[in-house]
Structures are given as C-alpha cells and as structure tokens.
Design a protein. Structure first.
Ligand code: COA
Length: 264
C-alpha cells in the first residue's frame, strides 16, 4: 500500500516503519506522500488508537531529508519543499490519537524534526540526534528551529543548531528531547507499553490533551485559531462534559470500579 513505509496493526497501535534502510531512511518526496497518507489512515481508521513511527534497520531512524533531491532546486522549489514537510509534520503533531517516535539510531536533520513532530519520543541507547543542516549551508526546514527550541530551550537550541553537533541518547534524555532510553531490543516494547496505558484512558480526553498542549507551544495564530491555550482549555474541559466517557469515568470512580471507555 505504501512504497516507502511498512505498517502493521498490533493491539490497536499502528507501527509505521520508514523503509529505505539502504539510504538510512532519508526522507524523499515519496516518503512525505506516504507519511501524509498514513496520517490520514491514523485519523480515519477507528481500529487505530495510536501509532509508533520508527525506522527500518539497526542503524537509523531517519538520517535526514534526502540530500540527493537538493542539488537542482531553486528558492521557490525549496520553499515548497519546506512547506510540504511542515504540513505533513503538522498533520502528525495534530493527530488526536497519540503518535510516538521510537528512535532506533540516527535521527538527523529531517529525522530529528520528524521525531520532534511526534507527541513524544523514546529512543534506543545507540540513538544519535542532530540538526546538521549548517554543514550543508542550510537550516532546518521542517519545523526544527521551532520545535527544538520548544523542547530543549533557546540557548541549547541555538548552540545545537549552530554547531551542528550530534548528541547521544543520554544527552537527549538529559535535555528532555526524549522521555526514555532503552536497549535496542526493548525499544518497540517500551513504546507499545506506553501506548497500551494510554489506550485505557478516555480517547476524546486524550485528543483534547494533545490539542491544548499543542496550543501551549505554538504561537502561529492560524494554528491556534486565534485562541490562547487557556481559552481552549476551558472549552475543551467543557466539551468533555458532553462525552459519554466523562459520565462513565465519574460514575466508575463513585462506584469504585474500572471505567469502560467507548471513545464517545
Ligand atoms: N540523504 C540522502 N542519502 C543519505 C542521507 C541523506 N540525508 N543519509 C545517508 N544517505 C545515504 C548515503 O548516501 C549512503 O548511500 P550510498 O550507499 O548509495 O552511498 C547510505 O545512505 C549510507 O550512508 P553512509 O553515509 O554511507 O553511512 P555512514 O555510516 O558512513 O554515515 C551518517 C552515517 C548518518 C553519519 C551519514 O550518512 C550522514 O551524515 N548523512 C547525512 C546527515 C545529514 O546531513 N542530514 C541532514 C540532511 S538536511
């Protein structure tokens, strides 16, 4: 179905594997087409409650945008490419179902940007992160200047992107770029277990958590609909009271039993 992705559905989690291991899973135009389509599938398919994005092979999550596509590009084409990448990553970030990056090796350039567009990240102890674009006379174009700053703060983001340094998993954990570091053979298991915990919660509320937290960190008014995060939180809090799951959750607490959420 996808020429550059492998997908499998396990316990309502769609595992999406970027599958160009001979090119260290570099993001070419076809990968963006496929990521766009798989995001649509995640949004639309009720069997899918969450997703994990990872890379094929033992070496790389994604080693960046595909540099071989750069050489013949002019300014307009480059801007269109950045816009396209940003749009696809916004779609991932705005999914109302959780999407975790399981970073299994190099996450450089567009790979680091893809991981940062996911809701949070776990990585294997051999992972390496970096925004090395200045080595190529470039800057990140898929949201890296913004999301890295949001995640690790301005000073470290400045240093990280100006020096093009690559950091290891332990440093990524220390900087809050990732939530957990695991042995390589425990990576997917860890991501799946986190999502299984989230699956036990009310899905509509989970979607609203994602929405409100995204509004907290994104200042673009088109994205936030001109509303502050506090305003949106009030609305979302109220909207939860219109769900069957909120009634069920409160009733289950009062009746000292486990809630049975249906996603409505
Ligand atoms: N775009 C296109 N091809 C890429 C790529 C990228 N971003 N990253 C790796 N590849 C390709 C290599 O060209 C090579 O292809 P080949 O076998 O046909 O020559 C293959 O993937 C393996 O990569 P290689 O460089 O031989 O592996 P390595 O172990 O020596 O080095 C890296 C690994 C990640 C350090 C190195 O590949 C690298 O620096 N990649 C580019 C990272 C980058 O600058 N990303 C930001 C882009 S904006």
């Amino acid at each position: 179905m996808y020429s550059t992705l492998l997908t499998s559905l396990e316990n309502n989690t769609l595992i999406v594997t970027i599958n160009r291991p001979d090119k260290l899973n570099a993001l070419n135009a076809q990968v963006f087409t496929d990521l766009d389509a798989v995001a649509d599938e995640i949004y639309a398919n009720p069997e899918i409650k969450s997703a994990i994005i990872t890379g094929a092979g033992a070496k790389a999550f994604v080693a960046g945008a595909d540099i071989s596509e750069f050489s013949s590009m002019n300014k307009e084409q480059a801007m269109a490419m950045a816009k396209r990448g940003q749009d696809v990553f916004f779609k991932i970030e705005n999914s109302r179902k959780p999407i975790i990056a399981a970073v299994n090796g190099f996450a450089l350039g567009g790979g680091c940007e893809l991981a940062m567009a996911c809701h949070f990240r776990v990585c294997s102890d051999n992972a390496k992160f970096g925004q090395p674009e200045v080595n190529l006379g470039l800057i990140p174009g898929y949201g890296g200047t913004q999301r890295l700053t949001q995640l690790i703060g301005k000073g470290k983001s400045m240093e990280f992107q100006m020096t093009a340094q690559t950091i290891d998993a332990a440093e990524a954990l220390r900087l809050n770029l990732v939530n957990y570091v695991t042995a390589p053979d425990k990576l997917l298991e860890t991501a799946k277990a986190l999502l299984q915990t989230i699956h036990t919660k009310a899905p509509v509320a989970i979607g609203k958590i994602i929405e409100c937290i995204n509004v907290a960190i994104v200042s673009d008014s088109a994205y936030t609909n001109g509303k502050s995060g506090y305003d949106r939180e009030i609305e979302c809090f109220g909207e939860c009271f219109e769900t069957k799951d909120m009634r069920e959750g409160a009733a289950a607490f009062m009746e000292k039993r486990k809630a049975n959420f249906i996603g409505e």
